[in-house]
Design a binder for this molecule. Sequence first.
Ligand SMILES: [Zn+2]
Ligand SMILES: [Zn+2]
Length: 150
Amino acid sequence: MDKIPGSETGGCLCGKVRYQVLGAPNWVAICHCESCRKATGAMLSVYAGFYDKAFCYTSGTVNTHASSEGVERCFCGNCGSSLTYASTRWPGEVHVLVASIDDPSSYVPQAQIYLQDSVPWLSSAHEIAKFHTTPSEEKEGGSDELAKAV
Ligand SMILES: [Zn+2]
Ligand SMILES: [Zn+2]
């Protein structure tokens, strides 16, 4: 399916589930809550809030999990990628996991929520050793210990 102007495409890791969003999101936020952490397998989750009518699946079918009452988390049943979150708390909205959008670079978060659930080390993660790829691939700048560990 060709991308229509003003739209963005996304999907899961294996490519079976594909979707399209139209226009700019209403908001973009980082969630640190435990529920999202478990659902996505990531220490934080970035969401873009769209109206239902701005979002549609273009291929594949998703599995759903009700992580709380009134909540529907959609994921690919084949590869397990988390794709969206919806809740009766926000009727008419779908919260798209920005990591599943093909080009997530323009979805800049404006807020972080549920920091009470975050781990203390996350806020200082930018201070630790950094590599464009891995220490073993970048012999210079990476210690041998890290190179062996990664
Ligand atoms: Zn998949
Ligand atoms: Zn959350």
